[in-house]
Design a protein around this ligand. Structure first.
Ligand code: BTN
Length: 265
């Protein structure tokens, strides 16, 4: 299936650019879906399969938010069967963030806002990642990682002042097929790497949250303040509270904000 825009996603173009062994070799591209999460579940896919959509009518973000999913963005779900147990969930989302950060760095200076947003230095959000545990292909504990990259997206809701796109920031259209192929390649390399310490070390170097003052807001609205100190090998963020005690935050438990605004970390 192809799209009129030259830079738009097409099965043929992405496949021709893929350098992966497994990720995206089973590739499904749809014009419009409710959410790639729904489509991937419906298709009952295996490890490494990817479902992409040119637009989503019910794109979902973290903390119950909607994800702006108009034409021009890259919206996909990657199915991963974790080798270890599902405790590695946080780690896999971190690995995906690092893979996408590496891929987008080919175009723009960008960083990871813990746990897995890709932002510019001044907090403009270029990509969001949300993972879910699923039962797929007869196997429990499969991870469906939903990734939304603002590649050539033009219009954003004014209520999202930090949302931006590569096209907006670079003033040119980019080839979505190249970005997707490169992101899958980098994510696969991260997932294959057995040296978790090395990956977390790389993650930490590009994690803009570290060493900044943050507020961590739990789902029950409880809040703690402190300085983000380090990222553990399971992907958890360690915060030093003002009284010097250390607290480790797991992905999904909290929303981490800078003290000067939601995205400013
Ligand atoms: C966030 O809130 O930052 C996470 C956004 C995740 C968006 C992606 S787009 C592909 C996949 N399908 C969805 O409905 N959401 C994720």
């Amino acid at each position: 299936m192809t799209k009129q825009r030259n830079t738009g996603l097409s099965y043929e173009k992405t496949t021709a650019l893929l350098k992966t062994k497994c990720f995206g070799r089973d590739l499904h591209i749809f014009e419009k879906v409710t959410s790639t999460f729904d489509k991937a579940k419906e298709l009952n896919l295996c490890h490494g399969s990817v479902v992409c959509a040119l637009s989503q009518t019910n794109g979902r973000g973290r903390l119950g938010r909607q994800w702006h999913s108009d034409d021009g963005g890259i919206y996909f779900s990657l199915i991963i069967s974790p080798e270890g147990n599902t405790d590695e969930f946080g780690l896999y989302t971190a690995l995906c963030a690092l893979g996408v950060q590496r891929a987008l760095s080919e175009y723009i200076d960008c960083y990871i806002k813990w746990p897995n947003d890709i932002v510019t230095k001044d907090g403009k959000k270029l990509c969001g990642i949300l993972a879910k545990l699923e039962f797929c292909h007869g196997q429990a504990g499969m991870i469906n990682i939903g990734i939304g990259i603002n590649a050539n997206t033009d219009d954003f809701d004014p209520s999202l002042p930090y949302a931006s796109s590569l096209k907006r920031l670079l003033s040119r259209e980019l080839d979505e097929n190249e970005i997707l192929a490169s992101a899958l390649y980098e994510i696969e390399k991260c997932a294959e790497c057995k040296n978790r310490e090395k990956l977390i070390d790389e993650f930490s170097k590009v994690c803009i949250t570290l060493n900044s003052k943050v507020r961590a807001i739990y789902t029950n609205n409880e809040e703690i303040r402190g300085t983000a100190k380090s990222v553990q090998t399971d992907g958890a963020l360690v915060i030093e509270k003002e009284d010097g005690t250390l607290v480790s935050l797991n992905w999904g438990e909290v929303s981490v904000r800078g003290i000067y605004g939601e995205n400013y970390v």
